[in-house]
Design a protein around this ligand. Structure first.
Ligand code: FAD
Length: 456
């Protein structure tokens, strides 16, 4: 009854084509890229402007209907799965870049803009939006804000939070909140912008984003460094980072990750058991090539076998495509996988990588470790071919989380807690912090209707 009333009101105010209860629309909104079970919403709503979102939240609040925001559904923690049914609030049609200001070096956009499109638009004005999740050709800026997404370039440039100057957020009360500013500096009041960044759609729905941009680097050099041992590659990461050079990316692929993408349009040299994708940026290519030589020298004692610098933009792109394919390509090795994204302090990278392999072996599971090794953020995958192994995967995941926390790390570096890591959150936060999280949630969403069942 309440759902029919909601549908009627949304159609009347936002147009016939703004809602659907067709089975294919509900099914498409039921699942993301996590390993979490799908759950169907009862209705999907595609707002086109902030006022539509405001209205939808106001109606859901009044009618007691759960509402789950979603972007491109590339999330890896189940955050956009509508576990309590209700309304799926699909932000993908709010996809306009509203402004790119060269003078202020800011971009203003709606949340449904694809991240890669924003980057390209900035580049046409010699500006640079650095956060580069490997899903950038599909994911939305709103989803990135909600997850505080990172990417390979976070090593040098930081994560989404470091670029969000201000937000417009629709609240469950039906109000529209503006946070932050358009200047680099600004400390008036509490930092509400930071509160919403990374809140995984549980505190409010982001309807507009103001991002700071940087000057586009003049030169970029990308190279693949292959090693004959995983331990060597891990030690090379530490040697590079402590050697006074800060590449913009330092991405690791272990032997399993290499096996998943080797030969599929990109060939690794024989004997490669691990690889690092190193990217440097700066003023000129010759200077960067010298830096690359110096960096390779630092890696030489650690089983370095081969250094290949990309000779053209096409080669660079090719290398990054191989990296971006890893997540999905792993499924060709085993039909099932559970993928985690723990992060550890830099001093613990070597130990963490070794202990992941030990955890896999102890539970009879194939592991793949790849990702943003330079900032300690490791995408650990447990791969298996039979659902009977699921209990072993659960035990291995718990061991991974315990190991990570014992090393002073965090259960999620960038994918968020969502559903997938909800049970582990208390281990990291402790009672006082968790209590404050609950108080904040109930202040902004007293009926618990916004993205229910997630995070806490
Ligand atoms: C192949 C692959 C590679 C990936 N690589 C990376 C990576 O390198 N780094 C990284 O950080 N992540 C990565 N991810 C994960 C994912 O792409 C990011 O988490 C991304 O930010 C999700 O964006 P989305 O638009 O798909 O959001 P969705 O998956 O649709 O939603 C994610 C969360 O954001 C909330 N949400 C969405 N839009 C809004 C909004 N407007 N307001 C409030 N809440 C909202 C949802 O409720 C949900 O909780 C990868 C995923 C894949 C499949």
């Amino acid at each position: 009854m309440a759902m029919r009333e909601l549908a009627r009101a949304l159609v009347a105010e936002c147009g016939e084509d703004s809602v659907s209860a067709a089975p294919e629309a509900l099914s498409a909104a039921s699942v993301d890229e996590s390993c979490c079970a799908p759950a169907l919403p009862e209705l999907v709503f595609w707002p086109r402007e902030s006022a539509h979102v405001q209205r939808a939240l106001g109606l859901c609040g009044a009618l007691g209907i759960p509402v789950t925001p979603l972007g491109a559904l590339t999330g890896k923690s189940g955050g956009a799965i509508p576990v309590r049914g209700g309304l799926a609030l699909a932000m993908t049609r709010m996809n306009r870049i509203l402004e790119i200001s060269v003078e202020d070096m800011v971009a203003v956009c709606q949340p449904g803009v694809i991240t890669g499109d924003l980057m390209k638009a900035a580049e046409t004005r010699a500006l640079f939006y650095p956060p580069d999740p490997a899903s950038l050709k599909e994911c939305t800026v709103g989803g990135n804000v909600a997850e505080n997404a990172g990417g390979p370039r976070a090593l040098k440039y930081g994560v989404t939070r470091d670029y969000v100057l201000g937000l417009e957020v629709a609240l469950m009360s039906g109000a529209l909140l503006r946070t932050g500013k358009r200047s680099i500096k600004g400390v008036a009041g509490y930092d509400l912008t930071s509160l919403f960044v990374g809140s995984e759609g549980t505190l409010g729905v982001v309807t507009e984003i103001t991002l700071q941009l940087q000057p586009l680097p003049r030169a970029v050099v990308t190279a693949l460094l292959c090693f004959t041992s995983l331990d060597g590659a891990a030690r090379a990461v530490t040697a590079i980072l402590t050697g006074g050079c800060l590449p913009r990316t330092l991405e690791l692929l272990d032997d399993t990750a290499i096996a998943a993408v080797d030969g599929a349009g990109f060939d690794f040299p024989p004997g490669a058991r691990a690889a690092l994708i190193v990217e440097l940026d700066g003023e000129s290519s010759p200077r960067l090539m010298k830096e690359l030589d110096a960096l390779a020298l630092k890696c030489a004692p650690f089983d370095l076998r081969d250094v290949r610098a990309a000779a053209s933009d096409a080669e660079r792109e090719h290398l990054w495509e191989a990296r971006q394919r890893v997540s999905r390509a792993l499924l060709a090795l085993r039909p099932f996988k559970v993928s985690e994204d723990v992060a550890v302090p830099r001093s613990k990278i070597v130990e963490a990588i070794a202990r992941v392999k030990a955890i896999g072996a102890a539970h009879g599971l194939l592991t793949a470790t790849y990702g943003h090794a330079g900032d300690g953020n490791l995408h650990v995958n447990f791969l298996y071919d039979d659902e009977a192994l699921r209990p072993a995967v659960t035990r291995a995941t718990a061991a991974l989380m315990e190991m990570t926390l014992a090393l002073g790390g965090t259960i999620t570096g960038e994918h968020g807690v969502g559903l997938a890591k909800r049970d582990f959150l208390p281990l990291e936060l402790g009672a006082t912090s968790l209590g404050l999280h609950r108080q904040l949630k109930s202040l902004l969403d007293p009926k618990g209707l916004l993205n229910p069942g997630k995070v806490i």
